[in-house]
Design a protein around this ligand. Structure first.
Ligand code: 3PG
Ligand code: MG
Length: 402
């Protein structure tokens, strides 16, 4: 099994050729203003784009943004993303108001060598995410007609069996972009024989989203530190009361089984920040996990937990390899950001090989003003990096293999 790379394509010569680049430009947007709150995913695709434009390719970029339901929805337009991409490239970027229609065709036709066009959101079309092979295939035919070669640099979407990820590469010569290659190279270090101790930190809101990765990682890791909204279902499984905190009742028994099987590898919070309401202005205090008031909800891990997690991550006997996915609390609200900040800082300071996985944790690193360079790798893939670590087949990678 081999995968051709961007360098193979460049070696063929791309001057004047229309090259389709699937990027993951699914960036977080401010709910009120619609402004891009973190442009990390746009910056991550620049090396591939500039390599192509520098070699004279006519570059056609497509991506999804959010989860529109198969029809145009202005809230999820890629227009602001195209504008930001233009700023970062320092060049004008053409924007097509549809994905495969008249606007897309004329934007592509108008491209000169070395220029870039961005098409409107792939998910404004039912065919993109359809479970029906024929419907997806028909949309993929239209996409493929726009270019002569296909480069996948959308690591964050390789776990999706979508037309732009899975079906287009079957129709065109296909190549892995720089970002996809780098992500796979780094994550394969975590699935091979990571230097021990290997410590994984998981957060985020739902246990159900992380169950697969927890089960896959438990036998491989030395320690699994759990924070974020999902910790409350684990605390409940230990027989504690969690007030009005996020709770997945139907997962409690599963968590109990995981704790029993975990040979003491799972570390849970010992204190949390409990608030009257899901609001930055709500009254809140640090409480022990066995003393969460019945009317309050936990929105962050507490300082003693941060200290315990930090010790597991940084002390002499601490981690040599760290993977972190998911915030420890509601870091977007200042009163509940200390847990995520503290854990992120500990990871940044550790001597381990450190990988941050996930849209949210990557955004947290930047939002909290931490230096990205203090981490060995910040993945652009949330679900994709977890599925890679779980060992699940990734349709977007499989589609690149010959
Ligand atoms: C992500 O943000 O994880 C990727 O862009 C994939 O988005 P999706 O979960 O909506 O498919
Ligand atoms: Mg996601």
């Amino acid at each position: 099994m081999t995968i051709k790379t961007l360098d193979d394509l460049l070696a063929e010569g791309v001057s004047g050729r229309r090259v389709l680049v699937r990027a993951d430009l699914n960036v977080p947007l401010d709910k009120q203003t619609g402004a891009i709150t973190d442009d990390g995913r746009i910056r991550a695709v620049l090396p591939t784009l500039t390599a192509l434009t520098g070699a004279g390719a006519r570059v056609v970029v497509f991506s999804h943004l959010g989860r529109p339901k198969g029809e145009p929805n202005p809230q999820y337009s890629l227009r602001p993303v195209a504008a930001r991409l233009g700023e970062l490239l320092g060049a004008e970027v053409r924007f097509a108001e549809d994905t495969v229609g008249d606007s897309a065709r004329s934007a592509v036709d108008a491209l000169a060598d070395g220029e870039v066009a961005v098409l409107e959101n792939l998910r404004f079309n039912k065919g993109e995410t359809s479970k029906d092979d024929a419907e997806r295939g028909a949309f993929a035919d239209q996409l493929a007609a726009l270019g002569e070669a296909y480069v996948d640099d959308a690591f964050g979407a390789v776990h999706r069996k979508h037309a732009s990820v899975y079906d287009v590469p079957a129709r065109l010569p296909h190549f892995a972009g720089r970002l996809v290659l780098r992500e796979v190279e780094v994550l394969s270090r975590l699935t091979g024989e990571p230097e021990r101790p290997y410590v994984v930190v998981l957060g985020g809101s739902k246990v159900s989203d992380k169950l697969g990765v927890i089960e896959a990682l438990l036998p491989k890791v030395d320690r699994l530190l759990i924070g974020g909204g999902m910790c409350f279902t684990f605390l409940k499984a230990q027989g504690l009361e969690v007030g009005t905190s996020l709770l997945e009742e139907e997962m409690v028994q599963t968590c109990r089984n995981l704790l029993e099987r975990s040979e003491g590898k799972i570390m849970l919070p010992v204190d949390v920040v409990a608030a009257d309401a899901f609001s930055p202005d709500a009254a809140h205090d640090v409480v022990r996990v066995d003393g969460i008031p019945s009317h309050r909800l936990g929105l962050d891990i507490g300082p003693e937990t941060v200290a315990g997690f930090a010790a597991a991550l940084t002390e002499a006997a601490g981690a040599r390899t760290i993977f972190w996915n998911g915030p420890m609390g509601v870091f977007e609200m200042a009163p509940y950001a200390d847990g995520t900040r503290g854990v992120a800082q500990a990871i940044a300071e550790s001597k381990a090989f450190t990988v941050v996985g996930g849209g949210d944790s990557a955004a947290a690193v930047r939002a909290l003003g931490l230096d990205e360079k203090s981490f060995d790798h910040i993945s652009t893939g949330g679900g994709a990096s977890l599925e890679y670590l779980e060992g699940n087949p990734l349709p977007g990678i499989a589609a690149l293999e010959d």
